[in-house]
Design a protein around this ligand. Structure first.
Ligand code: WTA
Length: 629
């Protein structure tokens, strides 16, 4: 199949696409995918001219083939014992009610809807409702602060924001609506007023009476949505009409609105899900849901296959570190997809939290978000999977839409820590600094040679940045921003980001974003942020901070700086360490030498390399001395 997908991509993908419902078939030209900036603008299109709807294909199509009574979603709440389930029929009804409501309030094809919801059923329901009417959803991870949410609202100007009043994670309740209120005040000040905030009352976390309210703008979901009809006409859209935006961090402060369209994304997420997890119709699939995974492999990919999905609201260590395996046994989960950071954190708690559950339903395990270190891989394989479940270590990105390099379970021998080989249709290449492809055993920058159906089509409102960031560094290729090596057997080993992005527990955070939050503090003159190895999170944020003249270092100021970052970006971006820096190592032209800062942060002091090009080499010694204090 791989060979066919490379020799005849148009034929290969058309055959798969034909399994879906298309109101109109696509143009004879199946795809265009110029990835070479030197020969013209980057324009990727798949199944152009085809008219379809991803919500129809995920729900109605499965119902029409007799799966209406199959469970589509199981929801496991934060508190053990709180759960809900929805069949495909019931899910479609809920989606239609919300879709009708959105139409009623004036949301039309092409309009943006921001969704700021935790892991409730209402999150996939909201995405599918938007897709049904051709609205473009923009999900903002519910760990983001008001300022980050506002920034995203200002960028995409939604007609509606959908949220919940609160969520419980572990023992903590988080008042999401307060965060949204602040974000809406902020966006209004910037000239982007949002007229409607549809709020789901998550009464297990907070009663509605305790929620702050703005009459006229705020509406309770439960008061209006159930009144609407449970059937809603589908809006047929072009394959290349936008499906969603998802903001992700890059190496500058401004987040990038990654835009995915409909047809190619649909075909790609469904196919990757099916093969990389060896999906069978009897499977019960459970996934960690952050970010793009919540789109491609909680909502669209699995539902397009008619799968049963378990989503979990809470924290994996609540009430104790066995919660994940409790869920596996409760729902007889067969495919369990998670992140290395979770594996590492559970590993530390000891095997008894795992072995007290049977886990005998498990068949395939999956990992995503960052490179999985071999010791975590082995623990996942031996302890969680009882040495009998293959691990799909799936390498992909928000930008790629779906899996790019991944094992096909059982199809070839695994190597702990390697994502193995490319998926159908994907041609990865490793290039050197000059952009030359390197063959055989090697290490370099990971690029992709040809377009694939799930590729993102642009950065919202900034096609130039799309080309500059991803296609200009190495002409002729899509540049992933990741380093990679290939061993003598052709296996791929991802080595992490090579740009100024830090991967903390699978969350992408731009160093520039953290730096700009730090310098917004009136007593901070300059900041430089680097990633350091972290036992559980993969990477931690390490910030070098220079203070305004005359301001003394203090514990209080340290806490204040950390809280500034939490407030501006979100708690997940809080620096692990603030390192006071009387000066930063800069070249004579004023460029901060992060290479040196990384070495100082990780205490690899004998690997500082050449520091003679610095404007003032003595800052290095000062920094080393202060690092010990
Ligand atoms: C990293 C998450 C190694 C990588 C789906 C990539 C991985 C970034 C893996 C994308 C993996 C993701 N092995 N590294 N299996 N999966 N990454 O956009 O650095 O949130 O560039 O998408 O995560 O993160 P994003």
């Amino acid at each position: 199949m791989y060979k066919k997908s490379i020799d005849d991509p148009a034929g290969f993908w058309s055959e798969i696409a034909s399994e879906f419902y298309w109101k109109e078939k696509w143009d004879p030209e199946v795809y265009t995918g110029n990835l070479d900036v030197t020969t013209g603008p980057i324009k990727i299109e798949w199944f152009k001219g085809g008219s379809t709807n991803i919500c129809y294909n995920a729900l109605d199509r499965n119902i029409e083939t007799g799966n209406g009574d199959k469970i589509a979603l199981y929801w496991e709440g934060n508190e053990p014992g709180s759960d809900v389930k929805l069949t495909y029929n019931e899910l479609l009804e809920k989606v239609c009610q919300l879709a009708n409501y959105l139409k009623h309030v004036g949301v039309k094809k092409g309009d943006a809807v921001v969704i700021y919801l935790p892991m409730l059923m209402e999150l996939p329901i909201a995405m599918l409702a938007c897709a049904r009417i051709g609205a473009v959803h923009s999900v903002v991870f519910a760990g983001f602060s008001a300022e980050s949410l506002a920034q995203r609202i200002i960028d995409c100007k939604p007609k509606v924001v959908i949220t919940a009043n609160a969520v419980r994670r572990g023992a903590k309740a988080i008042h999401l609506k307060d965060i949204v209120d602040n974000a809406l005040t902020e966006s209004e000040k910037s000239g982007v007023p949002v007229g409607l905030c549809l709020t789901y009352e998550n009464h297990l976390a907070m009663e509605r009476g305790a929620t702050k309210w703005q009459d006229g703008r705020d509406i309770w979901w439960q008061d209006v949505v159930p009144e609407f009809p449970t059937k809603c006409e589908v809006e047929w859209v072009d394959s290349e009409d936008p499906l969603f935006l998802l903001y992700t961090s890059g190496s500058t402060g401004k987040p990038k609105g990654v835009l995915h369209t409909t047809g190619g994304y649909m075909v790609y997420t469904a196919t990757t899900f099916k093969y990389a997890f060896d999906y069978k119709s009897s499977d019960i699939y459970c996934a960690d849901c952050g970010w793009i995974t919540g789109h491609s492999y909680v909502t669209y990919g699995p539902l397009l296959n008619g799968a049963t999905v378990v989503i979990f609201e809470g924290a994996p260590n609540y009430p104790d570190a066995g919660r994940s395996w409790d869920i596996v046994d409760k729902y007889k989960v067969t495919i369990f997809y998670t992140a290395p950071t979770l594996i590492r954190s559970l590993m530390r708690e000891g095997n008894e939290y795992v072995t007290r559950y049977s886990r005998k339903s498990l068949r395939v395990l999956g990992s995503v978000g960052e490179p999985i270190n071999p010791s975590a891989w082995r623990w996942f394989y031996n302890v969680v999977g009882n040495s009998r479940c293959p691990i799909s270590d799936t390498w992909w990105q928000t930008e790629t839409g779906g899996f790019m390099i991944t094992p096909l379970p059982g199809a070839w021998p695994q190597k702990p820590g390697s994502a193995t080989f490319p998926f159908f249709g994907v041609q990865p290449v490793i290039v050197d600094e000059k952009g030359n492809e390197i063959e055989g055993e090697c290490s370099g920058y990971l690029c992709i040679k040809r377009s694939w159906p799930g590729a993102f089509r642009t950065l919202y409102g900034d096609h130039e940045r799309y080309e500059t960031t991803y296609f200009k560094p190495f002409s002729g290729y899509y540049f992933s921003g990741d380093g990679c090596s290939r061993d003598k057997d052709g296996y791929h080993w991802l080595t992490g980001r090579v740009d100024d992005v830090i991967n903390v527990s699978g969350h992408r955070i731009g160093t520039a974003e953290v730096e700009s939050a730090l310098v917004s503090h009136p007593q901070c003159a300059e900041a430089a942020v680097v990633g350091v190895e972290h036992e559980v999170k993969g990477q931690g944020i390490y910030a070098f901070v220079t203070l305004v003249d005359g301001v003394p270092y203090s514990e209080e100021l340290r806490k204040d700086l950390i809280s500034t970052v939490r407030k501006q970006i979100g708690a997940f971006a809080a620096p692990e360490k603030i390192h006071w820096a009387p000066g930063l190592p800069k070249t004579r032209s004023g460029k901060i030498m992060r290479r040196i800062l990384r070495k100082i942060a990780s205490r690899q002091l004998d690997e500082l390399g050449d520091i003679s090009t610095l404007a003032d080499p003595s800052v290095v010694e000062q920094l080393i001395a202060l690092g010990d204090s």
